[in-house]
Structure formats: structure tokens, C-alpha cells
Design a protein around this ligand. Sequence first.
Ligand SMILES: [Zn+2]
Ligand SMILES: [Zn+2]
Length: 445
Amino acid sequence: MGSALCSASGAQAAAGTSAGTQPVPPQLVVPTDPNAYCVLNFYHLTPVAEPKATVEEHRKFIEDMGLDLRGRIYISSQGMNCQYGGTVEQATAYAEWVKQQPGFQDLRYTVWPSEGHAFPKLRLKFKPNLISLAGGMEVMPITEPAARATPLEPCKWKEMIAQAQEKNIVVLDVRNDYEWDAGHFVGADRPAEEVFAETPVGEAEQEVPVPLREVDKDTPVMMYCTGGIRCDVYSTFLRKKGYNNLYTLEGGVQNYLRQEGGAHWKGSLFVFDARMAIPAGNAGALATPGAADAEAGGLPAAVPCSLCGSPDSQLPHVNCANIDCNELFISCPACKTRYNGCCCEECMGAPRLLRPAKVDGGHYGSWGNYADRDEAGPIISTGRTREGRVARRARRREALKEKRVAFVEEKLARKQLLRKVKTQLEALESQAKEQDEKEAPMAAV
Ligand SMILES: [Zn+2]
Ligand SMILES: [Zn+2]
């Protein structure tokens, strides 16, 4: 599909090699000042024989080298998943050391500029599952590349997504709903789960996402997430379900936006650190929220203001000031002030408005509350149990999920109807053509 070669990417241009056929690893685009702060991301799936002992080796290296790294470094029997920050020099020193460990030679990491530390502390630990998933990921053969999807370089992805509608390709966003709200590929679908961790992948209940139910198993499916690991997990699940034409976006959306800019992308990219979101930017640019964005009043979101419907919706998300609600929602600047940091009028009059209104947006507590719900403690002491909050959130999720399933099914029905009408039209056209051909010679006589 598409041409065999993509043109020189933005990353190559930025790295000073304007031409060449070798794919350039994304880590070449780094802030040049070694003392500047950055966020460094990578994951690598490979069997780790003694993950707990490995954690201690890594801890020793970081301590011995005196590295001030902060963020998440998770190690399991299936590999590593990391998002951490520090100075460019220290952050890359650790990543380069990891690359020297057996099985990690092919590791690719990305470096993003950040203003100071983007994470509050270092969480280096053994995790049975590198990412949160309802059924657990130990049962998934994710360390076997053959079980995963075909990775596409960003330029190939761009070519293919341009033809998605015409060729009936399913584009699947496997991230969480609030990430989708911040930005997504135009024309993409979502699984019915509001949060990726709820994806049913267990043996008992293997549910195929709604957008895939009506298509045959040879239909091309292009799936994407922020950095790629969720797709690697999700694609092994879909392969088990019999889908055999699967593609993932190599390096995830963050890699795509860096190399191809915002082509086919709407909004910004949600990230799980203090930056909250990064702009789509231009190809090859070191996109970072800066003074210009602050002046403009924030990064654009992909969905309208959830309060008034205005298209002038902006990131970051607002975390409802009513602690009993705690909703993370998208708002326009006017509504942030009008509703005083609440998600609705009802919340404005809630009895437990214990938190200061965050009219500038952003979370209360740590992002970890959303990324790792199993570990996060209470945001604020309220006298109410975490169980109660979790139960309320689960109920709200369930209701939202039902709504979304109904919405997607409706959309699917519309698509089917369109296809049917198209087929009928084509049949009518060819009939008319046949008729014309029959009549034409007669007219000539
Ligand atoms: Zn609004
Ligand atoms: Zn609320």
C-alpha cells in the first residue's frame, strides 16, 4: 500500500540529515543543552528472567551514578515501561545503560523538553503488569513480535490513514476517553471501554470492540496509542480473536506528531505528566507548550466545551472542584470562570466544595490517580472511603459505557445503510449504463 519510500521526515531534517533512506531513531531529536530538563519515554518488550532482582540492579545504578531521575520505571517479566524526567544528560545516561542490558539492545527512546522536573518522585518498581489491564497481561504473548501487529513508520501511517475511508480501513484509538477528548486522528473509532484498563482480554469474556464486530477478519485495522505499548498489547488480543490484518503506529502518536506534524490529527496530545498535553506542532519541531501557547490561552482540544458546546475548548482538562464528582472535563475559557471550576450547575451548589476552584485547569492530586488507579491514595482526606468513590466512579463509567455503545452502534448502522445505498446506486448506474449501451447503436441507426 502506498509508495515504498517515504520522503525525508521532519526528524531527519531537524537532526541535520536532510536526506537518506535509513530510518532515523527518534532519540536524535533532543534538546541540545545537556543540563536542560526533559521527559524521556520508552518501553521494551522482552523476557526478563528475574524482574525483582533486575529492579534492584537498576536502583543501584541510579544511586551509584547519583542520577536525579523522577517518574515511573516499571519492570516485569515481560520487559520495561518508563516515563521519567531529569536533565538530558542524566536521563539519557540511564536509557543508554538500559540498552546495554541483555535483550534491550533494540530499545528506542524519545526525549522531550520540559521545564524542570515533570514528575514529583521516582517510582522504580516491579510490576506484574507493565500497563493496567482488567484481565492482566501475563496471559498475552506480548514478548513475541510475531504475535503483534505490523508496525508502520509515521510516514507510512500517514499515507495509509489518508485512504482509510475510501478503503474501509478501521482506525482504532485504544487510549482512554479523556485522551481522546484532548486529541485524536480524524475518522478514528474507539473501543467501547472508557478506560483502556477495562479492556476485557481474559479467557472468560473476550469481547471484540464494536467497530470490529461487523467487519470481516481480513479488514485492515490501524491502531494507535500515545507511545505504542497499549497497541502492542491490544493487537495480541485482536490476533487471538482472529483478526489478521493489523497495523500499529511505530512509536505511537508522540513519534508521529514529531515526524509528520499534525497531519490528519485533531486537537493536541494528552500526556501523563505535569505537561498534561503537548501541541501537535509542525513536523520536526520540538513541540513544547511555551509562552506563545499561554498567551493564546492554552492548547486546542478535539471536542467542544462540555458545558456550552463552544468549539473554543481548551486544554488542560478541568478537574471538577466538587470532590464528590471529581469529573475530568473539557471546557472553554468562559465556562471555566462561569462555572468556577465545576462541571455543571449542580456541582456549583454541592455541599462538599472542599477544594479551591482550579479555573486554570489541571488535576487535583497527581496524574497517577488516573494512570494507576490501583495504587493511588486518596486525593484529599474527606472522611469518605476510597471504596465509595471508586464505586461511584464505576457506576458513572457503566452509564457512560452504555451510552457510548449505543452511539457506536448507531454510527455503525448508519455506515451499513450508507454502504447499502452505495451498492444499490452502483447497481442502478450499471443498469443505466447497460441500457445506454443497448440504446446507443439504435440511436446511431
Ligand atoms: Zn463553554
Ligand atoms: Zn462536577
